[in-house]
Design a binder for this molecule. Structure first.
Ligand code: PMP
Ligand code: GLU
Length: 397
């Protein structure tokens, strides 16, 4: 008898990870699939970071660490926040976790009571809505379509706020759209939120360094909201360290304390070795970040050009992250070989099975008209994948 809890039964599976797994299964069967589904840098972790991890093993960093991470790592993160963002934090305000994914979830579980409203601008990353469900909160979506560059306006934000609003989840640069809020756009949102002191502002900045328009802007820079902002960040994207599982929050002390309490009962600290690797990442040369950003920038230009040549896709030109999120609804209702495409999930499956290109349908991101392609892969893969997508979509009549 299946006795799974209602909580888990009502939780959706992570669509990004599921599509990537499907793609890997097909590859294992010998099918040449190009995986543009999951979002992770295709670069290896830089050598000096790997060396620091090897040294940590030799130096016996093999014991339980403080729940929120070694003090030396939390100090290194404070240095990073000062150096790169001009923000002042103390190590007591930093909590390190098993990836930024756990950092977001810790934060939501620490602030949301059952029935509280959490505002999520959509399109949004697949896990936000499910995490709010885990916390028994109520999701209030603000939809921003491709015609407004997928960014919400202050007016939309004001209209979504109610006395039950407890938190908002902002993500810039954004997954899945790649949109980046400018300083002035963030300031305008901050001015709205300043009038509603009950709202905790969760600012997911994991794509901070994958930004093609210049300096990263954090909403935490604005004094009128600063004491309610929780920055989410980590080493996965900036230093090509997705598998190391190291993310963190920089938060008001009361919230950092709450996350420490939760994590202390749940997962303890992240791996000691990953912590020492992350410390080296923050304290040594940042050249690897610039090199990877340059490669992503070139690939962005390439995929935007090729995708724009595909009839039926309406393509945005993203300013950051490593995704394009074209509108694909012109294919809905079309068929091939008796198969009709009704949703973007159908389209993603069709592209996988017929074209051997893995992507993720927009439904999971709260944008059923769109489809996500990750371009964190080689130029050759991007060229071949877009050529397959073009040929496969042309079969739909
Ligand atoms: N936030 C966003 C917007 C993401 O795309 C991801 C996926 N990598 C995460 C958080 C989690 O990152 P990680 O757990 O690998 O640090
Ligand atoms: N964040 C990445 C993505 O959206 C990695 C997978 C995940 O954790 O969702 O593809």
């Amino acid at each position: 008898m299946n006795q799974v809890s209602v909580r888990i039964a009502s939780l959706a599976e992570s669509e990004t990870l599921a599509m990537s797994q499907k793609s890997n299964e097909l590859k294992a069967k010998g099918i040449d699939v190009i995986n543009l589904s999951v979002g992770e840098p295709d670069f290896n972790t830089p050598e000096h970071i790997k060396d620091a991890a090897k040294k940590a093993i030799d130096d016996n960093f093999s014991f339980y660490t403080p729940v929120g991470g070694y003090l030396s790592l939390r100090k290194a993160i404070c240095e990073k926040l000062k150096r790169e963002n001009n923000l002042d934090y103390t190590p007591a305000q930093i909590v390190c976790s098993n990836g930024a994914k756990q950092s977001v979830c810790n934060t939501l579980l620490s602030v949301v009571n059952p029935g509280d409203e959490v505002i999520i601008p959509t399109p949004s990353w697949v896990s936000y809505v499910e995490m709010v469900k885990l916390a028994e909160g109520r999701v209030v979506e603000i939809h921003a379509g491709i015609e407004q560059d997928f960014k919400i306006t202050p007016q939309q934000l004001e209209a979504a706020i109610t006395p039950k609003s407890k938190a908002i989840l902002l993500c810039s640069p954004s997954n899945p759209t790649g949109s980046v809020y400018s300083k002035i756009e963030l300031e305008r949102l901050a001015n709205v939120l300043a009038k509603h002191p009950q709202i905790t502002i969760i600012s997911d900045e994991i794509y901070e360094h994958i930004n093609y328009v210049g300096k990263h802007e954090s909403i935490a820079q604005f004094e009128n909201v600063r004491d309610r902002v929780v920055i989410i960040n980590g080493v996965s994207k900036a230093y090509a360290m997705t598998g190391w599982r190291l993310g963190w929050i920089a938060a008001p002390k009361w919230l950092a304390d709450a996350c420490n309490k939760l994590q202390g009962q749940y997962t303890s600290a992240p791996s000691s070795i990953a912590q020492k690797a992350a410390e080296a990442a923050y304290l040594s040369s940042q050249k690897c970040i610039t090199d990877m950003r340059q490669a992503f920038n070139r690939r962005r230009d390439l995929i935007v050009k090729l995708a724009s040549e595909i009839e039926g896709l309406k393509v945005n030109k993203p300013d950051g992250a490593f995704y394009i999120f074209p509108k694909c609804s012109s294919y809905f209702g079309k068929s091939y070989n008796g198969k009709t495409i009704n949703t973007s999930t159908d389209l993603a499956m069709f592209l996988l099975e017929e074209g051997h290109v893995a992507s993720v349908g927009g439904v999971a991101f709260g944008a059923p008209d769109c489809i996500r392609f990750s371009y964190a892969t080689s130029d050759e893969n991007i060229i071949e994948a877009m050529s397959r997508v073009k040929a496969t979509l042309a079969k739909l009549k």
